[in-house]
Design a protein. Structure first.
Ligand code: ADP
Length: 611
């Protein structure tokens, strides 16, 4: 169960380098802000390093001189210089923060846009095997991770590097030994950090995975809320979630405990070095090699160094988490789009809208053959109905025409052009697809209909709505066309949603129409309205209907009987009845003009008749 939660979870952690490579082009685009951050950073740390030097002078003056007007003047002047350094430091910090705000926000803006665009370019298969909830989560985590990673590098690592190397240099010039101790300690600290980081990455990755599973499980239960309610499944769902949360809890504890303790041990080292350096200073002071001012200098640099490093330590856990979080989306960004335009793809040019399936074979990833040697020609403006038992391959055939999957053999052509060689956008522009259970955007009815032709005028939208018999129910709503339809269109009835989808297709006005007829029983008024709407929609188009109703089939030019991924028979209703094959059987078990395509045994037929 847990394993199925997300097929695109990282099997092993995505290397940090790969994540940084994804961010790099966005960072380059903002090079001006980045340069400002670097320059202000250099001035900032230079003033932070200079202030203790003036303080050193200040304390040396205090220790050596007796209070005379000249000494007082020298002390005040030195203090003024210290104050000036503090002010420059304050100013640079403000400027750097401001540049950083612009830089981070601009990169995040571009990351949102691009990763959303790339994600939507993935194939239909990709989306049916990933939860919408977890995908949404991954985009925002990628973007927010950038903020964390960038802030840590630019406002923690970079200043620490400048300050610590500056402090080592200045101390070294004062006293080789003390400078060398600080340098050795800093190097040891960095080596330990790199090593520990590697150890910690695994626990962080499993925590990020566990979080994705938690979100996925919650999203799945919420989107199936009606089922949960009808099957009294709240406790069952809670137990599923509690399994996943237990896994998350374990992974989180492990990851946080490892982090907390490694950082704690580093803290102990910090105390040792502080004690050690000051002890060394006493010895040099005893020999007359260090002044009181030097103590102030050492203490200021030590405090500065530790503050910088401790600041990094506090942030490090979130910094590594950010890499683990970003890794999940980077994996998706690195996964090539499954269905891509051919290199020299041209736009599809539709004249008559003839469709030809030539020896098409197809199977899903599991390799079970779904279509084999499928042959079918449909003439321009011809209207055909696909009928056949459930699982025969009717929907798959229409999806192949839309190139939602790529075929394994043969060719699908529209007006002689192989659909694999034309641009996907132009192909899908040429086909209107009305699904069995249309899902609508949580936008207004107006926007939902206008999706068929995004530059349509209000008059065009209303005309389409009238033809699709939507206008009747829309005008009765308080907010009319401005009514929000609820997530996935939940606030409309099945019949109303289908009519909105038909209105959208009328507006799109593509030369080819694919219609997966709703099987759910609609009331007879809705049924009549939909049939009339469809008549308007089909006019002059090449039409494929996956038919479940006899009323539709009877109006078709030709009926294609599909069985086991092949065309088993075709002809008009009369011809097929006379032929006494599968169609005859289907016809004889139908009840009230409604084909039960998933229940076609003789016993069912008997029950249907009795009913
Ligand atoms: P029909 O529309 O005739 O009822 P379909 O074309 O939906 O049949 O399905 C044909 C076969 O393909 C079925 O066995 C179904 O289980 C399988 N199938 C459909 N979609 C997928 C998918 N995304 N992955 C794997 N198998 C699938």
């Amino acid at each position: 169960m847990i394993e199925k939660m997300s097929e695109h979870k990282p099997k092993k952690s995505v290397p940090a380098g790969e994540i940084l490579r994804v961010y790099l082009p966005y960072v380059r685009r903002q090079w001006k802000w980045l340069l400002a951050i670097f320059l202000t950073g250099i001035f900032l740390q230079a003033s932070n390093l200079a202030a203790p030097l003036f303080l050193r002078k200040f304390f040396n003056l205090l220790a050596l001189e007796t209070p005379t007007p000249t000494t007082i003047h020298a002390l005040v002047m030195t203090l003024a210089l210290v104050g000036l350094m503090w002010f420059i430091s304050w100013l640079m910090q403000r400027l750097q923060d401001t540049a950083n705000i612009f830089y981070v926000a601009d990169v995040m803006h571009d990351l949102y846009n691009d990763s959303f665009g790339y994600l939507l370019g993935h194939s239909y298969s990709f989306f049916i095997s990933n939860f919408a909830g977890t995908l949404t989560h991954r985009i925002s985590r990628l973007v927010r991770s950038f903020e964390m990673i960038s802030d840590t590098i630019l406002t923690q690592f970079f200043p620490a590097l400048l300050f610590v190397s500056g402090a080592i240099f200045v101390l070294y010039t004062r006293n080789h030994m003390l400078g060398s101790i600080l340098a050795a300690w800093a190097i040891l600290f960095i080596v330990c950090q790199v090593y520990i980081a590697k150890l910690r990455q695994a626990s962080r990755t499993s925590r990020a995975e566990a979080e994705t599973k938690v979100t996925g499980t919650i999203a799945d239960a919420i989107s199936n809320q009606p089922t949960v309610m009808q099957f009294a499944g709240v406790i069952h769902e809670q137990s599923i979630l509690s399994d996943v949360v237990r896994f998350w809890h374990k992974a989180t504890l492990r990851s946080w405990l490892i982090d907390g303790w490694t950082w704690g041990i580093i803290g102990l080292f910090v105390l040792c070095i502080q004690g050690g350096l000051l002890y060394g200073a006493i010895i040099y002071w005893e020999r007359g090699l260090l002044t009181v001012g030097d103590f102030v200098l050492i203490q200021s640099y030590l405090l500065g160094t530790f503050n910088q490093l401790m600041g990094i330590g506090g942030q490090l856990r979130r910094f590594y988490d950010a890499f683990a979080d970003a890794g999940e989306m980077v994996e998706i960004l690195k996964t090539p789009h499954e269905i891509r335009d051919a290199q020299d793809a041209k736009p599809l040019a539709v004249e008559k809208a003839n469709i030809n399936f030539a020896n098409v074979s197809f199977s899903f990833a599991d390799d079970k053959s779904i279509l084999s040697d499928f042959n079918l020609s449909i003439k321009g403006a011809e209207k055909v109905a696909f009928v056949g038992p459930s699982g025969a391959g009717k929907s798959t055939t229409t999806r192949l025409l839309l190139r939602m999957f790529d075929i394994k053999g043969g060719a699908i052509e529209i007006d002689g052009q192989n659909i694999a060689q034309v641009t996907q956008d132009s192909l899908r522009e040429a086909i209107s697809f009305v699904p069995q259970e249309p899902i609508l955007f949580h936008r207004t009815l107006f926007e939902n209909i206008r999706y068929g032709k995004r530059d349509a005028t209000q008059a065009e939208v209303i005309e389409a709505a009238k033809k699709a018999h939507c206008h009747e129910f829309i005008s009765k709503l308080k907010d009319g066309y401005e009514t929000y339809v609820g997530e996935r269109g939940i606030k409309l009835s099945g019949g109303e949603r289908q009519r909105v989808a038909i209105a959208r297709a009328i507006l799109k006005n593509s030369p080819i129409l694919v219609l997966d007829e709703a099987t759910s029983s609609l009331d007879s008024e809705s049924e009549a309205l939909i049939q009339d709407a469809l008549k308007n929609l089909m006019e002059g188009k090449t039409v494929i209907v996956i038919a479940h109703r006899l009323s539709t089939i009877m109006n078709m030019d030709r009926i294609i009987v599909i069985e086991n991924g092949r065309v088993a028979a075709q002809g008009t209703h009369q011809e097929l009845i006379e032929h006494k094959g599968l169609y005859h059987k289907l016809w004889s078990i139908q009840a009230g003009g409604f084909l039960q395509d998933d229940e076609m045994g003789p016993e069912v037929a008997e029950e249907e008749r009795e009913a």
